[in-house]
Design a protein around this ligand. Sequence first.
Ligand SMILES: *Cc1c(COP(=O)(O)O)cnc(C)c1O
Length: 491
Amino acid sequence: MLYVSTRNAQEKVTASQAVLKGLAENGGLFVPEQIPVLDVPVEKLADMTYQETAYEVMKLFLTDYTEEELQKCIENAYDSKFDTKEIAPLVKAQDAYYLELFHGSTIAFKDMALSILPHLLITAARKNQVSNDIVILTATSGDTGKAALAGFADVEGTKIVVFYPKDGVSPIQQKQMVTQKGKNTLVVGIDGNFDQAQTGVKQMFSDQALAEEMAAAGYQFSSANSINIGRLVPQIVYYVYAYAKMVKSGEIENGELINVVVPTGNFGNILAAFYAKNMGLPIGKLICASNENKVLYDFFTTGTYDKNREFILTTSPSMDILISSNLERLIYRIAGNNAEKNQQLMKSLQETGSYTITEDMRQQLETFYGNFASEAETAAVIQNIYQEAGYIIDTHTAVAAAVYKKYQKETGDTAKTVIASTASPYKFTRSVMTAIDAKYDSKPDFELVDELSQLSNVKVPQAIEDIRTAPILHKTVCKVEEMEKVVKDFL
Ligand SMILES: *Cc1c(COP(=O)(O)O)cnc(C)c1O
């Protein structure tokens, strides 16, 4: 299988080359030429471990990796870094199934892909005779950064630079990043928001002169953001896994349609669910949940994507995004896999901040339902689920839960529904605890951690224990214009 750029039909590469490059030339994203069909029957998947399922799904996309290479990557990724053998357990609360994607080392769903990406990347470098050091440049809204740092720290032949919005992440997210060990890591706070960080990183990727300068010094850039196909493919796995487990436990019949709700920022996680559906997994609606930065909700309801609006800092910071990069992969597809048409729309986005799709394209979005949750609705649903079911969810997952309730009310749809639970509540302890009861707001962070443990009956994760006393190792702060200089100084 080859991968083609969403902006240039001529640019085709193998899977391992797509993983290595991260981004296609002139800002395009790599997409598989066609979506493969899931060729293992669900009855068989039902008895497989997470690792076995991962192999069955990923081998269909990463066709130039040998069985041995891929198995090795999977084995190294989904091991005891996860605090449960199931890797991604399903928990039923009220009338939804929460697919807990936060059992990895940084307690957010980014671990699901970022624990394997370094292995895919190093294998790709070896396969393609790359001798340069790979420099991972990453913009983060909070969770990608730490998960990428954890994945790449001290990995031979790589360096990693993470840019995060200095005032746009939770205190625990920040502490997790700035305490990162590893000589090959650099963490930088920028005076700006996530979109500015992401745009700055994308600019460095597409700067030809900079690439030449880097090559002369023995470096080449790659990306750990969800624009890298090596992030997207591992995310398809858990939808397949969850479906098979629901069949196994008798929650659904084989073939029964389920809905999937995804709290969405950069559109990576929900795109993975869309790919799973296109592989043949029986998914009905894909419910796209936004916070108050509801650019995607507006897009699904009007057909116009418009980022010209106020950027709102919310209690679900990993979804505080106005430019959802991976939406481009969907746009390309509903434009009939037409790179030229997609390119025009992306040019319009770059120049005017907006674009409008055609009626014909809109009709292909029927699978999607978009809505959003306000800050008050998000807090209320955390409290409600805790009180009714004794289950505590994080703020991002709560956005999804709140949107699911709206969807049910609006449509009366009773299909079984999986909610992607993207972070541990411990990552956003203050917001979660004050949603349950305002009295908690006066207490210090780590006291709240212990209170959360009592309320939820869930042990404090190692990731949180680790930062209680860890020293701060990264203090670099820069302006958006200085990002390139910071990278060069580090290298
Ligand atoms: C990154 C992230 C999201 C958004 O995922 P996308 O793939 O960017 O849409 C949602 N919740 C959490 C906790 C995240 O870290």
